[in-house]
Design a protein around this ligand. Structure first.
Ligand code: FES
Length: 99
């Protein structure tokens, strides 16, 4: 049986895009494939260029790793930032592309 698609909602000002991804898909890669204007550089969780505010319900991604927490810092984490390149989608979530 094929794995069900997961909806990732991307908000960019008034524009709403819904991506259909598979469980375990990388969020940054899914956004790049969809030609969304997401910035990135290292893709290894070091540069934080891909940091975005997200709403990630429990179970929709792995918990924040030590590396992600260290690179983002407490302030950014408390504002809902995650690193798109380090996030593997497990359930529906929402990403904000607006600056
Ligand atoms: S692209 Fe560098 S941390 Fe994600």
């Amino acid at each position: 049986m094929a794995e069900a698609d997961i909806v990732v909602t991307v908000m960019e000002d008034d524009k709403r895009t819904e991506l259909l991804v598979k469980p375990g898909d990388n969020l940054l890669l899914a956004m790049v494939k969809a030609n969304l204007p997401v910035e990135f550089f290292c893709t290894t969780g070091k540069c934080t260029t891909c940091r975005l505010v997200m709403s990630v319900p429990d179970g929709s991604a792995e918990p924040i790793s030590e590396t992600e927490a260290y690179r983002l810092g407490a302030d950014a984490l408390s504002q809902g930032y995650r690193l798109a390149c380090q996030l593997y989608v497990q359930g529906p979530l929402t990403v904000c592309l607006s600056k």
